[in-house]
Design a protein. Structure first.
Length: 432
């Protein structure tokens, strides 16, 4: 599969040369740009992020370390002879998903973009969804800290296949309104052969009272441009996933339920949120709040186990309760995340973040192995090479609240322990 995507990128690249493409510019961290005499253009960018991670409990009786290639991205952005049509293809060759899980399929983005004017565009294909929290659709090489917040990993569906409509309108006195509408399969990325349930519809509205950010700063975290006037964007988002077969709409087909006629009957998943981003003279602040809920069909009588067998058992505390059992396997609850940072003129950024998760009574967020940790406190230090993201080194230290009980062994027979966790991360970003 990786060879296929390499072949596709190579084909696009050399097709450019066959159309008399010539390299027009190269800027460290911003990639190579090629243009043809007919107006076509190709931009090739990429970056690698090697990472070290150390994790231990407060009493130091449990510790682990991990060394890995966190991301290895290669991206092609192109424009056809008609400037209204663009396209993007991005792959990740690290073998790891955006949230750190093993996922060998490298395809990240693959879409075409039609923009009839500067105020409106329609994208069709696979990409990050606009109907999620703000941090999610900020580029991974521009993150303020070594990793995204736990809010993102708990609730975000990350990438989806569908139609993505965006707008940009002036609303007086230099302010802008940016609406987003998303209609997707709601099943995550690369799931065309295992598409379950109905469609997902969502949207977002962003308001920028002080005008647009400099150099797409709205979609990056650190204020590398050192905005000379305050810049602020405030947004709300909502999504409704009709018939979900996973915990939050990320991997389709993981959780299947049936009625008495052996027909699939799946719960609906709802998500709402509000967020903001502020930048001014090196200072940046990001705040996010997300809440999710679900409705469970009343006709569910069976569930499909991981091995494909069928069960009619929906026991919760030794009582048959279909609604509580189904919700107990989904990411239901609320969370907020706030982070603050300042980039000094020597290109060193000092950052801090606080993330809080609150699970519903019936929610997979109560799982003691993965999510039963209500509070995350992180401090970080970043060194950038210049006013872009061509090279940077980031270190962060995260203190994790284990007061609700943690199961380190992923074994239900093992008692939970009530101790905190500490994680140190060191990541380097090298772009071209």
């Amino acid at each position: 599969m990786k060879k296929y995507y390499f072949f596709l990128i190579t084909l696009l690249f050399f097709e450019g040369y066959s159309q008399n493409f010539e390299m027009q510019s190269y800027k460290f961290g911003d990639g190579l740009r090629f243009e043809s005499e007919t107006g076509q253009s190709i931009r090739l960018t990429g970056y690698a992020q090697p990472m070290i991670e150390f994790k231990e409990t407060e009493n130091q009786d449990q510790s682990s370390s991990r060394y890995r290639m966190r991301r290895l991205r290669l991206r092609v952005d192109g424009q056809t002879k008609n400037p209204k049509f663009k396209y993007r293809l991005q792959v990740d060759l690290s073998g790891v998903s955006e949230i750190g899980e093993v996922n060998e399929d490298p395809l990240m983005d693959a879409y075409v973009d039609y923009s009839p004017n500067n105020s409106f565009s329609v994208k069709f294909g696979q990409r990050t969804t606009y109907a999620d929290n703000r941090e999610l659709w900020m580029s991974s090489n521009s993150l303020q800290l070594a990793e995204r917040s736990r809010l993102t990993s708990a609730f975000a569906s990350i990438r989806e296949f569908g139609v993505f409509v965006t707008g940009r309108f002036k609303t007086g006195r230099g302010s802008f309104l940016r609406p987003y509408i998303v209609l997707s399969n709601g099943d995550g990325k690369n799931v065309m052969g295992n598409d379950k349930g109905g469609l997902k519809i969502g949207g977002r509205i962003d308001y920028l009272p002080f005008g647009l950010f400099t150099n797409i700063g709205q979609f990056r975290q650190i204020d590398v441009m050192r905005e000379q006037v305050p810049k602020l964007v405030v947004g709300v988002h909502y999504s409704h996933n009709s018939g979900i077969s996973s915990r939050r709409g990320r991997y389709s087909g993981r959780l299947i339920y049936l009625n008495n006629n052996d027909e699939e009957s799946l719960p609906d998943y709802f998500k709402t949120g509000i967020d903001f981003l502020f930048k001014y003279k090196g200072l940046s602040a990001l705040g996010e709040y997300v809440k999710s809920s679900a409705t469970v069909p009343s006709d569910i009588t069976q569930r499909v186990r991981n091995d494909g067998s069928i069960s009619t058992s929906f026991l919760v505390n030794d009582v048959q309760n279909v609604d509580a059992y189904v919700k107990g396997r989904m990411m239901l609850g609320e969370a907020y995340n706030f982070q603050l940072g300042y980039l000094f003129k020597n290109n060193i950024s000092l950052d801090a973040r606080y993330t809080h998760l609150k699970a519903d009574n019936n929610s997979f967020m109560n799982n003691a192995t993965f999510y039963n940790r209500p509070n995350y406190y992180t401090i970080g230090l970043t060194k950038l090479a210049g006013r872009n993201y061509g090279f940077k080194v980031q270190g962060s230290l995260t203190f994790i609240d284990g007061s609700l009980g943690i199961n380190h062994d992923n074994d239900l027979s093992t008692d939970v322990v009530y101790e905190n966790e500490i994680i140190f991360r060191l990541i380097t970003t090298i772009s071209f």
